[in-house]
Design a protein around this ligand. Structure first.
Ligand code: A2P
Length: 265
């Protein structure tokens, strides 16, 4: 179509309206879109997102950050100056249209874990997104007594979305009663001084994570682990938990841990 004319909506794609946008840093923002009535997903899953700005729009995988009882759908995104999607997506405003493929999927779901007492949710950067969904889902608290959510970023400002998320969950009339005394949030930075410093990998191997949090070390008998971050982070953490005796799970064969790569670019 010529400039000004709308592009057709591809098959099996929902065209939804942006409800709100919040910028956290020059690298990070979150946004909420209207939720199609028929859209169902498991907390922790991802979906393909695009913009109606081309005949063949660019789609990228985004973890759904909202819980499945939410009337809107929330995402937490990086901004990449020359990223095929995010260079445009970072400019969206309320009222704009965002495309979302109809089917969600993913491995970071509690159904892929065997029963346990504690669940560790380990994240770096935008890898927090699927956990933003899971910590707001009552089902997570039905399956586990305690949630240990860790988030590591370069700088302090990059922890804001997660801090706000946990504070709001505690105040939420539906979720607050579950989180109290059961949701434990641990933040660390690697490039700017803060209360806790260091990569999550180092904090786990040195035992500092458990000391600082005052909790028992990771144990495959009682604990399950969900990991979301960069490829390197997934590789390193997978090695650590496998050495500790954890076995990877899937929907077909639930296990002790699951991993998913966070959205990039
Ligand atoms: P670092 O500052 O030492 O690279 P990014 O913003 O690049 O996605 O990184 C998010 C966080 O993940 C940073 O704190 C970064 O630490 C950390 N990180 C990067 N690679 C790894 C890894 N292999 N294992 C654990 N943490 C990592």
């Amino acid at each position: 179509p010529a400039a000004g004319e709308a592009f057709p909506i591809p098959a099996n794609v929902y065209a939804q309206t942006v409800v709100s946008v919040k910028h956290y840093t020059d690298r990070l923002f979150s946004f909420r879109i209207t939720r199609p009535q028929a859209f169902r997903f498991r907390s922790g899953e991802f979906v393909m997102i695009g913009l109606p700005n081309a005949a063949k729009p660019v789609f990228r995988a985004y973890s759904i950050a909202s819980p499945n009882w939410d009337e809107e759908v929330e995402f937490y995104s990086i901004k990449v100056p020359d990223g095929p999607l995010t260079q445009h997506l970072q400019n969206i405003e309320p009222g704009d249209t965002v495309l979302m493929r109809q089917k969600s999927t993913g491995t970071l779901v509690t159904d892929a874990l065997s029963p346990g007492k504690r669940v560790f949710m380990l994240s770096t950067g935008t890898g927090l997104a699927p956990f933003a969904s899971l910590i707001r889902d009552p089902e997570t608290y039905e399956k586990f007594d305690e949630i240990i959510l860790t988030h590591t970023c370069r700088d302090v400002a990059e922890l804001d979305y997660g801090r706000e998320l946990v504070a709001n969950a505690a105040q939420d009339p539906l979720i607050g009663e579950f989180t109290e005394g059961r949701l434990h949030h641990f933040c660390s930075t690697t490039r700017e001084p803060s209360e806790h410093m260091g990569r999550i990998t180092d904090l786990m191997t040195s035992g500092q994570l458990y000391e600082k949090m005052g909790i028992a070390p990771l144990d495959p008998k009682t604990d399950r682990v969900m990991i979301c971050g960069s490829m390197e982070m997934l590789r390193d953490l997978k090695e650590i938990v496998e050495k500790a005796g954890f076995e990877e799970g899937s929907l077909a064969r639930p296990g002790d841990f699951v991993v998913e790569r966070a959205f990039v670019g």
